[in-house]
Design a protein around this ligand. Structure first.
Ligand SMILES: Cc1cc2nc3c(=O)[nH]c(=O)nc-3n(C[C@H](O)[C@H](O)[C@H](O)COP(=O)(O)OP(=O)(O)OC[C@H]3O[C@@H](n4cnc5c(N)ncnc54)[C@H](O)[C@@H]3O)c2cc1C
Length: 325
């Protein structure tokens, strides 16, 4: 088993820091075999990123640096990944289930004629090979998938795997990226569509506070923000709250929004429609505050408070502030 190589894509911030998904991808890889990382950065930051990958369990890291990384979409990563793939013949490939990860998975699948298991919430190995777990039909069922032959490409849902790799000193291989195709899609200009937030990113935050229509207005939604800040949590919203303009679409949790799997999910004034549950039902602990005792969110909540959010949440925030001081 130790010989089975599991190739992981480790996205890097412009500062050279590994993104939060790296620990989880390498942890999932360590459950299956020997984790191998792939890092593609702008010049000057790859060494530190590769060493960080070793601390998270990457036995080998393939690194490439290029000026065009950051302004050219996906192609540099696919090229480096293909080189690493040819070199290690991986049994499985793990990438984050985000926009870049899914793009990478699709291109690798075409290039290597390999199967994809998408939005995976866990992995294990049986006597025939690697098995991916999926949470389906609004998280009502868990199913499993596996390839009949070849390498399995997995897009892993952030926050779903707890296992972590053991720190090692990684073997670092430098890969020359070479000329990029003139057809590679590149970014010529961009403008920020959302204000930068100091809160943890909704995807991957260990605690998420989400607000729903029950908060009544954009001003009322500030209560969810205050509780999130008191807990150091990521902030989410139901679609009804987003549609009503209480919160931006980037915060929408659910079937047509972001899928999260935090340790703790706190739902404020959210009824628990199946489309919302689809995005948060794999949270380890769900706490719901709702004034309707019949609200369906209580069916899946580990702890429920029947009450008015405007009475309960300020008390909760005061208690938390008291504990922190
Ligand atoms: C194709 C499709 C895709 C969809 N995708 C999504 C999705 O991705 N995400 C999503 O969230 N929804 C999605 N929806 C919408 C979904 O069906 C629900 O309409 C939505 O989730 C409801 O949001 P809500 O719970 O905030 O609002 P409501 O259902 O209106 O619930 C509000 C809740 O707040 C409670 N409440 C009111 N006032 C208070 C108070 N003062 N204190 C405490 N509780 C209070 C009420 O009792 C109620 O339970 C989708 C729908 C469709 C058809």
């Amino acid at each position: 088993m130790a010989e089975q190589k599991i190739l992981t894509y480790l996205p890097v911030l412009p500062s050279g820091e590994l993104m939060g998904s790296a620990a989880e991808l390498l942890g999932a890889a360590a459950q299956l075999g020997t984790p191998v990382g792939v890092i593609v950065t702008t010049p000057g930051v790859s060494q530190a990123a590769a060493e960080s990958a070793g601390e998270l369990g990457a036995a080998t890291v393939y690194v490439a640096e290029h000026e065009a990384v950051g302004t050219t979409l996906t192609e540099p990563t696919v090229n480096v990944f293909t080189t690493a793939w040819e070199s290690v013949s991986p049994e499985a490939v793990l990438v984050p289930n985000d926009i870049d990860g899914r793009d990478l998975a699709a291109r690798l699948s075409v290039r290597t004629h390999s199967a994809i298991a998408a939005d995976v919430v866990g992995v294990h190995r049986d006597e025939e090979g690697i098995v991916a777990h999926h949470s389906v039909y609004g998280s009502t069922f868990t199913t499993e998938s596996a390839t009949t032959h070849g390498t399995l490409i997995v897009t892993l849902r952030e926050g779903a795997v707890d296992h972590r790799g053991q720190a090692v000193t990684p073997e670092i291989h430098r890969v020359e990226l070479g000329e990029l195709s003139p057809h590679a899609a590149s970014i010529t200009e961009f403008s920020a569509s959302a204000e930068a937030s100091t809160r943890p990113d909704l995807r991957g935050a260990p605690t998420v506070v989400s607000g729903g229509r029950g908060l009544g207005s954009a001003e009322g939604f500030a209560l969810a923000e205050q509780l999130a800040d008191a807990l150091g949590a990521g902030l989410g919203a139901s679609r009804a709250a987003v549609d009503a303009g209480y919160a931006p679409h980037s915060l929408q949790v659910g079937q047509t929004g972001v899928t999260v799997a935090p340790d703790l999910y706190i739902a404020l004034g959210i009824s628990g429609a199946v489309q919302h549950l689809a995005g948060m039902q794999t949270a380890k602990t769900v706490v719901a505050i709702n004034k309707d005792p019949e609200a369906p969110i209580f069916d899946i909540a580990d702890m429920g408070i029947v009450g008015d959010v405007f009475e309960v949440v300020p008390q909760l925030i005061e208690t938390l502030k008291g504990q922190n001081s």
